[in-house]
Design a binder for this molecule. Structure first.
Ligand code: IVH
Length: 672
């Protein structure tokens, strides 16, 4: 084979890639469409004559021939998180305040502000610069392999451009359908008597879910990248998020041209106003704006909650609103006794779902909005958020509307209702005597992130509680197949499954157990922090306020809730009952037993770590018996320095403290 043919083929491939990049990413076409086609035909001709020269990164190979017969699940190398939401400027002011507090700074924070594309998240993995795999977000841990469809998108490079990209590069972004493509598609679908899509997001999702890549190739999906997953350590992330995204763009990857860097809450507001004005003209659908702290070492410091990063927030645009009749206002009693007024509505479709209940939050809200039973009301639903009543349509108020009166006794147990000092919350004082509170507590106990007892659904728990078969969580462990089989809609077989699930749940973790107890304001993350910090239930139960507030995420109020909870005799009895039933968890790490080079040593972490978050690194060191502190002193034994370490590194060097890179540290753990 002549060398010149290969060279010619490569030249064509590179040129076509460049033209694609100019067209799709830079939005700046370099040649006319027929000129492009001409080059493409030349490529096809050579490949037809020499099929042995066809490589997977050739522009001709975007549409593979064979449809898949099923999707494959792929576990993400780095989980794909979601975002917390903000609904108004106050929420953004709060967001910046929290960020400043955690970063311990007074200065205004720099944010990347970007449109929140209404599509679906994707992870695209490049290895040695070649497109290797594309996966949907799925549940954040595992997604589906949709490489065959993503390859068909002309804006997605099969081969990264330029040089300097890392060996492994996972980029993340949103796959979406432009408004124009969506309208054309729906018109065509309707014409052919096919299903029309409710919105561009559904159309994009429906397209990615096709097994046959020819469909995706026709439907023209778009992509903007806004993040990354795994990146091998041969590339050093720049100092800020915006620069990282620009680096992706230089490698040929599409990024949103409408993103900007803004400063402080004022900057976030100005961007919001500007984008909201342009919203209708934008070529793509958006449902809000995403703000991300720009400085990347701050991401390390801020870390993640269970579901979302603390360095980002999504401000949603006001949601869809409709009018309907408010039939009645009923009271729901929550797990901690809070009485929530719930609107019973004439069923109505909002944002694609039928709504017949909506929260009214609390009495203050009802009074502030002056909502009355019998009113015509405005109902709003934003994304997957619970629908809410915005207010009455005063001009349409019928005669005979009634004001809502908060009951003075609990509708579930008749106990006295008290208004919480300084707050709008009314609470039932019945505690665990209140069947409604008990039911909520029981439902929480078995929930997925708590003891995870599958098969014990809300309805079954209601029945068991109403029949006094289960009063407290420990009673679950006394249930037998016979009792369960006598419940409504329960066959012998499902009863057996429930009993098996209850038995299985006995082996758990300390964090889950703490969370399942339902201590007010102790969520999943706090429970995990408590478990890691104290290592045993006894220590948590006996902890004083001062010890509790040392735990990350635990403030004065939470600490007080914890102390009060463990002091109450009935709680102690329930816990004892659960332990007696056989609930157990792996023993806490015996710190002394883990002989490691770090046992008993004082360690400081600095700079940006590649393989672990700062808090995971700290936990790991603590598990190895190290004491992790914040500043370098003569007492420090080791400084572990990530990328771009600053003053701590200088100080450590001047004090003669042993400095380890992240890789050296990992090696010591793995070999020692
Ligand atoms: S960042 C860990 N940026 O919104 C941060 N998400 O509500 C991950 N989305 O799952 C997301 N535009 O599908 C980010 N500019 C943007 C976005 C964006 C749309 C979607 C994404 C994510 C969801 C979270």
């Amino acid at each position: 084979m002549s060398e010149t043919l290969i060279a010619q083929l490569n030249r064509l491939k590179n040129r076509l890639n460049e033209l694609n990049y100019a067209y799709y990413v830079l939005d700046n076409p370099l040649v006319s469409d027929p000129q492009y086609d001409e080059l493409y035909q030349q490529l096809l001709k050579i490949e037809a004559e020499h099929p042995e020269l066809i490589s997977s990164d050739s522009p001709s190979q975007r549409v593979g021939d064979q449809p898949l017969d099923h999707f494959t699940s792929v576990t993400h190398a780095v989980p794909m998180f979601s975002l917390d939401n903000a609904f108004n400027q106050d929420d953004l002011v709060d967001f910046q305040r929290r960020v400043k507090e955690r970063l311990n700074t007074e200065t205004e924070v720099e944010f990347s502000a970007e449109p929140k594309m209404d599509g679906l998240a994707i992870n695209i993995r490049y290895q040695q610069g070649k497109l290797f795999q594309a996966t949907t977000r799925g549940d954040g841990i595992t997604g589906e392999d949709v490489t065959h469809n993503i390859r068909t998108m002309p804006s997605v490079p099969l081969q990264l451009l330029g040089t300097g990209w890392p060996e492994v590069l996972e980029v993340r972004g949103e796959v979406f359908m432009s408004k124009q493509t969506f309208n054309n598609l729906n018109a065509k679908q309707a014409e052919q008597g096919e299903k029309v899509f409710a919105n561009p997001r559904n159309a994009a999702a429906g397209t990615l879910r096709q097994l046959d890549p020819k469909i995706a190739a026709k439907r023209k999906l778009s992509l903007y990248l806004y993040g990354w997953g795994e990146i091998s350590s041969d590339w050093q992330l720049p100092e800020n998020y915006y620069a990282a995204i620009q680096a992706f763009k230089n490698w040929g990857l599409p990024v949103n041209p409408d993103s900007e860097v803004v400063i402080g809450a004022g900057g976030m507001q100005a961007y919001y106003d500007q984008l909201q004005q342009r919203r209708a003209e934008l070529p793509y659908e958006i449902d809000g704006i995403v703000y991300k702290v720009n400085q990347l070492d701050s991401h390390q410091q801020l870390g993640f909650t269970a579901k979302a990063p603390r360095w980002a927030i999504a401000r949603k645009f006001p949601a869809e609103e409709v009018w309907t009749d408010l039939l009645d206002i009923e009271i729901q009693v929550g797990r901690t006794g809070a009485l929530t007024p719930v609107a019973r509505l004439e069923p109505v479709a909002v944002g694609g779902v039928i709504v017949s209940n909506a929260t009214l939050h609390n009495l203050d809200e009802i009074e502030r909005k002056d909502v009355r039973i019998g009113d015509k009301v405005i109902v709003r639903r934003a994304g997957d958020v619970i629908p809410e009543v915005v207010g009455p349509v005063i001009a349409q108020r019928p005669d005979g509307v009634r004001k809502f009166i908060m009951p003075t006794t609990c509708p579930a147990c008749d106990s006295e209702v008290v208004k919480e000092h300084d707050k709008a919350v009314y609470r039932c004082t019945g505690g665990l005597y209140c069947p409604a509170q008990r039911k909520r507590a029981l439902q929480h106990f078995v929930s997925r992130k708590a003891m995870d007892i599958v098969g014990l659904g809300d309805k079954l728990i209601e029945q068991l509680a109403d029949m006094d078969l289960v009063k407290h969580p420990d009673d679950f462990y006394k249930l037998d197949v016979e009792t369960l089989a006598n419940m409504q809609r329960m066959a012998q077989r499902s009863a057996q499954n429930v009993v098996d699930a209850i038995t299985d749940s006995k082996q758990t973790t300390l964090a889950r157990f703490i969370f399942s107890l339902g201590v007010p304001e102790v969520g999943e993350v706090t429970a995990r922090n408590l478990a890691n910090h104290f290592g045993s239930l006894e220590k948590i139960a006996q902890a004083q306020l001062e010890q509790l507030i040392e735990v990350p995420d635990v403030g004065d109020i939470v600490a007080e809730n914890i102390v009060t909870f463990f002091q109450q005799t009935h709680n102690q009895e329930v816990i004892q009952g659960l332990i007696d039933a056989g609930i157990h968890w792996p023993a806490p790490q015996q710190l002394e037993a883990v002989a490691s080079p770090f046992t008993g040593k004082v360690v400081v972490l600095t700079g940006t770590l590649q393989q672990l978050t700062r808090s995971d690194a700290k936990q790991k060191l603590e598990a190895l018996g190290a004491k992790v502190t914040g500043s370098v002193s003569a007492k420090t034994d080791f400084l572990i320095a990530g990328e771009k370490a600053g003053s701590k590194l200088t100080k450590a060097e001047s004090l003669g403290v042993q400095v380890l890179s992240e890789a050296e540290w990992m090696e010591m753990i793995n070999n020692g």
